[in-house]
Ligand binder design. Structure first.
Ligand SMILES: *Cc1c(COP(=O)(O)O)cnc(C)c1O
Length: 426
């Protein structure tokens, strides 16, 4: 085998890529560069760094962007961004102080007054709020589409707005939180291309928090931009808030310039924690998925459970199953279950869990359970909520890295408590 042709997998590069120990006293791990500003060798150098950072000229062929000021760049930020690029094979990455700041920066950069936005529904509550309450203030109209809409349905909905020529962005979150409904990324690429013109692109942006960066690479399916709440799987330890955007260079240049002026980049300390998290990202996510599979399969026919929503339980031959197989390399580690009964039964179940913690958020090493109808999606319109399948008996589980048998035991004993409560009521 030719050594030169060998390409290391991302998980092999997470411990070293983009960091030169000789620049930091030989330290095996990058120190935290807790500094606001960087000393220029000469005034000419400072001028050259700013020219590139502010887009006054393109970077020369072998030129590297020099360090200026920690709102613009910082070694911890750059090492992290370079490593994140490896998973999605993107040109560039920008890390933010939260998932919401990553998402809102993308929406603000690529939408302007008069534009039309198409977005998948349900989306994360914060995203929903930004789209439905903040974007209208700057004159951006939006249309929500669901997983059960066909390509023809969506085109009809776009035409009905009378603003089809103003379509500027399609924004997807898939699988949907909390129902695990899957959206077809490549179909949305085709819809976007139908409405692009010579002087107007239609940007396809995908929130890949649930599946990435390991199990889905949206750019392979036609996405222009990929967004993450790095608070979730990427951080993975429920001890930080962060976000990331990845994509092609021309789009990322715009994202990074807006980030510079909004000042919503992640701090050196947060970046350092995320760099540490990346070393175990694949290990953690794979274990979480194995555990989720075991949990979903154990409870799929349980007498106290109406339905388990998990990608591996999708029926072969359905449209959702086809999208799942085409788009994802794993069923993921998020499960939603419908407990038989209503809010009372769902709450009893949640209150009886011991190993699972009752908390929102997801993707961390510890398993979490929550009630979307009254918690993460409490603000969603009640009628729309039912259409999306966010019922009062739905419980969302984020599966962690604990022993699978212990997780199964915990769910079993909580279900027994629910049945005892019901027996007593009879
Ligand atoms: C949590 C989450 C967000 C928001 O991220 P923050 O880091 O909390 O700002 C966005 N999208 C999805 C799918 C999420 O789960």
């Amino acid at each position: 085998m030719n050594n030169k042709d060998h390409k290391n997998a991302p998980e092999s590069l997470m411990m070293s890529y983009g960091y030169k120990p000789e620049l930091s006293e030989g330290a095996i791990k990058p120190p935290i560069f807790q500094t606001s500003t960087f000393v220029f060798k000469t005034a000419e150098e400072g001028k050259a760094f700013f020219e590139v950072a502010y887009g006054l000229r393109n970077k020369g062929e072998d030129e590297e962007q020099g360090l200026i000021y920690s709102r613009i760049n910082n070694p911890n930020l750059e090492i992290l961004e370079n490593r994140l690029c490896l998973w999605d094979q993107s040109d560039d990455c920008a890390v933010f102080e939260s998932g919401m700041s990553a998402i809102s920066t993308v929406l603000m950069e690529f939408l302007k007054p008069g534009d039309l936005l198409v977005y998948s529904s349900p989306v994360y509550g914060g995203t929903d709020h930004f789209i439905n309450h903040l974007l209208p203030r700057i004159g951006v109209e939006s249309v929500g589409i669901r997983a059960d809409h066909t390509k023809e349905d969506i085109i009809e909905m776009i035409e009905e707005t009378g603003k089809a020529d103003k379509l500027a962005m399609i924004y997807l979150e898939t699988p949907a939180n909390p129902t695990n409904a899957v959206m077809d990324i490549s179909m949305c690429r085709e819809i976007g291309d139908k409405y692009k013109t010579e002087d107007k692109e239609v940007v396809l942006a995908v929130d890949n928090t649930y599946m990435g960066p390991i199990w889905c690479h949206p750019m392979e399916h036609g996405a222009d931009l990929v967004m993450y709440s790095a608070t979730k799987y990427i951080g993975g330890h429920s001890d930080l808030i962060a976000g990331a955007v990845l994509g092609k260079q021309e789009h990322m240049n715009r994202v990074k310039v807006l980030r510079t002026f909004l000042g919503n980049m992640a701090s050196p300390n947060t970046c350092w924690l995320l760099t540490r998290s990346l070393e175990t990202l694949k290990l953690r996510m794979d274990q979480q998925m194995q555990n989720a599979k075991a949990v979903a399969n154990t409870f799929k026919d349980h007498e106290l459970i109406h339905k388990v929503h998990y990608l591996d339980l999708l029926e072969e031959g359905t449209r959702s199953y086809d999208i799942y197989k085409r788009q994802y390399s794993s069923p993921g580690a998020m499960i939603s279950i419908e407990v038989k009964g209503g809010e009372k039964e769902a709450f009893k179940f949640l209150n009886e869990l011991k190993l699972f913690k009752l908390a929102v958020s997801l993707g961390g090493t510890e398993s979490l359970a929550q009630h979307p109808c009254s918690m993460t999606h409490a603000g969603v319109d009640p009628v729309a909520k039912i259409q999306m399948g966010i019922t009062d008996n739905l419980v969302r589980l984020s599966i962690g890295i604990e022993n699978a048998d212990d997780l199964i035991h915990d769910i079993s004993q909580a279900l027994i408590a629910v049945s005892k409560m019901n027996e007593m009521a009879v």
